[in-house]
Structures are given as structure tokens and as C-alpha cells.
Design a protein around this ligand. Structure first.
Ligand SMILES: [Zn+2]
Length: 479
């Protein structure tokens, strides 16, 4: 099935046509490790995770790179102002920028694990890629696209006429913003830094390009360098949050395309911000949640994951604590349906004659079609829950239960929200003769032969088992 994804560059749905057929290269802008990751960051990371899982489900070999920004990201990045976020955190806490990076990288990786994120193939740290950044900066200087003033190196926007093609930011808007940060060194207020000279900066290096002075890199050059290092000069998909569009990704395009002379990214994909209680998440409003905050409230990683992926990535997601309660119920419904199918498959509960074939096929097809159309998780989940209802109403045969479980296995493989298949405890498996009695009792009840039904129940009880009647049928449990 063709996969169509929304390209932020063209504002259109485009069919994914990998550069190398059968393989997909994907770069995700990762965290800046100066504080605990919040749920808004993770909406974007989980979107990338589900995208990768779906592409793999469709038989594509994905190479996924997610970087870690541990230097150079400024507090006022849209106007190139403020200080390095790592240095600001250091000043506030008294720990070194290196200690802060190590601490929050650990915290980030822990969150990835708790939210069941499939580990990216590479998670490079910007501070390990100074030479690669230097190679690009040196080339841009040589080409006359970058210039140096007092050791600082800037990218000259006027040398790249396509600047603005991703964000659609027009000249006036940019100058408006740039006026805030007056910097007489730049030829144009919109030029952005590739290298900054600063002998006070804790993270500093000898210039990795000829003739430069000691300093640290700008944020944008990091992603160009790490992406090209692992994935080559041109990649299939680059993702980020919508706040990355400008200036970060706009600048990445300018640097990379001026450096290589060819297209940098085929598909740009951006996850929308989430709202919390219908407003933008902010510390001052008291609706700011880190991943840790939610887990401390007693919700599981699966529940938080479900709440963050359940809405298609380009739609507004309004996160609420009630939404987590709904997530818990939704996961429970899937788990219960799966658990019953496992009992039927494993002979713990009597099998019926329903084949569930049409429902299973419709669920599989609906799930695939929804995700192939711009990763519509909301619709994919709708297909899953229609299937849950169909399973609960049916009295499946062993073969039908087995096929249905394979479908759930796939839904879990792609969405990662429901957890592994429940295990039918061998100790709780009722002997075949008792299952036979249970079936006779069911038949007696259908025939309204209550006396016989009661007698059969008593024989089951005498054998140490009890009948549990559920909306989806009766099953046996040890008494
Ligand atoms: Zn980036």
C-alpha cells in the first residue's frame, strides 16, 4: 500500500518514495538536555517512534537517528539571543554544563524506556561531532557563503535565495524578530551563527576549521553534521516539533544545501504542539508536566504513551488527566479482549464456532489504511476498538482466536500502547472434562433447561472450579 505523508515543505500529502527502494533514512531532532523532558517533547518523539514502527511494519528497513543537543542551543533561539541553555542551567544549579548534560541524557533515556520507545539506531551527542561541523563550516567559508567577524562565523542568508522556503517566513517578519537582538557584526540581522567565539563558555573547542578561534558551535549546524554523518547528504524523512520549523530547520536546509549543492531532505514532518487543559503548557499556569510528574501520579508508561499518540500528529492534542483515565480504560479493554482470546486459544475457556475472519480482515485493513494516510493513529485506533467489540461479541473457534491474536500482536508492534500478550496461566487451565461440562451447561442455559444447568454447575464446583459469567461468555477459574 502506498504511504502518503504530509510534507511541511510543500504543504501537501506526498507518497513516500525512498531514495533507496526498501530502505528509509530518518532523522529526528532530539532533546536539548538541560532539563527534565516534558510531555510536549514526547509527543514529538513518540510520533517519530510510531512512524518508524509503521514503516518497519510495512517491510521497510528504517535507519533512525535521533540526536542529543548538549551544546549551543540558545535561550532565545529564534532571534539568536540569550545564552546557551546548558550554561544557563549550570549557572542556576552550580553544576557544570557537562554534569547537566550527563544527568539529563540519563533521564531522557529512562523516559524513552518507560514510554516503550524503540531505541533509535544512533543517538549522537552534538559535542562528539565538532570535527564534522567544522568540515561544513570550513566549506561554507571557502564558498563565501559564510563569513567570519572577530572569530564568530555567520551564515550569510542573502547568499541562499531559497531561505524561508520551509517556514514561509517573509523578510519583514524576520527583520522584526531580529531587531530584538542587535548585533553589529552581522551583515544582515537575519544571518545566523555557525560558530561562536567565547572563552568563558564551559564547553569550548579549538576551531575545527582553518583559521578559526576557540569557541562553540551554533545549534543548527549540529543537526546538519550528524544527519549527513550517519545518513548521507540526502535523506528521506526529517522530523521535529512544529517549533523546530523556524529557525532550526530553515537554517539546517540553508547550510546543508549550500554545502552539498543538492536537496537535503525529501519529506519534512512536524508534530503539532500539545495543549494541556486547552491551553499552552506553561510553568506559570501550573499545567506543566514532565514525564516523571505523570508517572509519579501512578499512571503507567503505556497509559501516558497512549494518551500522547492517540491523536494524529498534525491535529491538536488536548492533554488532560481525565484523558489518562480514558487511556487506562482503553488499554484495559484491549487487554481483556486479548486475554479471553488467549484462554480460548489455549483451551482454558471453551471455543465456539465463530470464525471472526471478516472482522479480523477489516481491522487489519482499516489499521493499515489509516496509518498509510499520514499516520492517522486516531483512525487506526478506531479500527482496533471496532475489532475489540467484534471479538467480545463472538464465540471464536481456536483458529479464529489465534488469527485475532496475531492481529492484536501487530497493533501492539506498531502502536506499542497495549503491552505484551497476556499469558494464560498454565495453573489456571481447566481440565478438558470440566470445559466439556461448561459447554453442556451453556447449552442447557440456551435451551432454558435450568435444572440441568444448575446440576452441571454443581459438578464443576465440586471439582474445585467456579464459573465466571462475563459479557463475552462464561469461563472457569480455580475456586
Ligand atoms: Zn535538530
Amino acid at each position: 500500500m502506498p504511504i502518503r505523508l504530509h510534507n511541511s515543505l510543500t504543504h501537501k500529502l506526498e507518497e513516500l518514495r525512498p531514495i533507496v527502494p526498501g530502505k528509509v533514512t530518518m532523522y529526528n531532532c532530539g532533546p536539548t538536555v538541560y532539563s527534565s523532558p516534558h510531555i510536549g517533547n514526547f509527543r514529538s518523539f513518540l510520533f517519530a517512534d510510531v512512524l518508524r514502527r509503521f514503516l518497519e511494519d510495512q517491510g521497510l528497513a528504517v535507519t533512525q537517528v535521533m540526536n542529543i543537543t548538549d551544546v549551543g542551543h540558545l535561550t532565545l533561539d529564534d532571534v539568536e539571543g540569550g545564552e546557551d541553555k546548558m550554561e544557563a542551567a549550570s549557572r542556576k544549579t552550580g553544576r557544570t554544563a557537562w554534569e547537566i548534560a550527563a544527568h539529563y541524557i540519563g533521564e531522557f533515556e529512562e523516559c524513552q524506556e518507560k514510554l516503550h520507545v524503540r531505541e533509535p539506531h544512533h543517538m549522537p551527542r552534538a559535542t562528539d561531532f565538532i570535527p564534522q561541523m567544522g568540515a561544513i563550516i570550513g566549506d561554507l567559508l571557502e564558498k563565501g557563503i559564510a563569513y567570519e567577524v572577530n572569530g564568530n562565523v555567520y551564515y550569510e542568508i542573502d547568499k541562499f535565495p531559497e531561505y524561508g522556503k520551509l517556514s514561509g517566513k517573509v523578510l519583514d517578519e524576520l527583520e522584526e524578530g531580529a531587531r530584538v537582538a542587535v548585533n553589529d557584526e552581522k551583515k544582515n540581522a537575519r544571518d545566523f551563527a555557525l560558530w561562536k567565539v567565547d572563552d568563558q563558555h564551559q564547553m569550548q573547542w579549538d576551531a575545527p576549521f582553518p583559521g578559526g578561534r576557540r569557541g562553540f558551535p551554533g545549534w543548527h549546524i549540529e543537526c546538519s553534521a550528524m544527519s549527513m554523518h550517519y545518513l548521507g547528504e540526502q535523506i528521506d524523512i526529517h522530523t521535529g516539533g512544529e517549533d523546530n520549523v523556524f529557525p532550526h530547520h530553515e537554517c539546517e536546509i540553508a547550510q546543508s544545501e549550500a554545502h552539498t549543492g543538492s536537496r537535503y531532505v525529501n519529506l519534512w514532518m512536524h508534530a503539532r504542539h500539545l495543549l494541556v487543559d486547552n491551553t499552552k503548557m506553561s510553568k506559570s499556569l501550573g499545567n506543566f508536566y514532565t514525564v516523571g510528574d505523570i508517572l509519579e501520579r501512578g499512571y503507567s508508561g503505556l497509559e501516558l504513551r497512549f494518551a500522547l499518540v492517540r491523536v494524529q500528529y498534525r491535529q491538536t492534542l488536548n492533554f488532560t488527566l481525565d484523558g489518562l483515565v480514558e487511556a487506562r480504560r482503553a488499554i484495559e479493554r484491549v487487554r481483556e479482549a486479548r486475554a479471553r482470546l488467549v484462554r480460548v486459544r489455549d483451551g482454558v475457556e471453551p471455543a465456539g464456532a465463530d470464525d471472526l475472519a471478516a472482522a479480523t480482515e477489516a481491522a487489519q485493513d482499516g489499521f493499515t489504511a489509516a496509518l498509510a494516510e499520514d499516520l492517522n493513529v486516531s483512525e487506526a485506533l478506531a479500527a482496533v476498538f471496532v475489532f475489540v467489540n467484534a471479538c467480545n461479541k463472538a464465540s471464536p473457534s481456536v483458529a479464529a482466536a489465534t488469527a485475532a491474536l496475531q492481529a492484536y500482536e501487530r497493533f501492539e508492534d506498531v502502536l506499542g500502547c497495549f503491552g505484551p500478550e497476556p499469558v494464560a496461566d498454565a495453573a489456571s487451565a481447566a481440565p478438558a472434562e470440566l470445559l466439556e461440562l461448561l459447554e453442556q451447561r451453556n447449552a442447557a442455559r440456551v435451551a432454558k433447561n435450568w435444572g440441568a444447568a444448575d446440576e452441571l454447575r454443581d459438578r464443576i464446583t465440586a471439582a474445585g472450579w467456579k464459573i465466571v459469567d462475563t459479557p463475552s461468555g462464561a469461563r472457569l477459574e480455580p475456586n
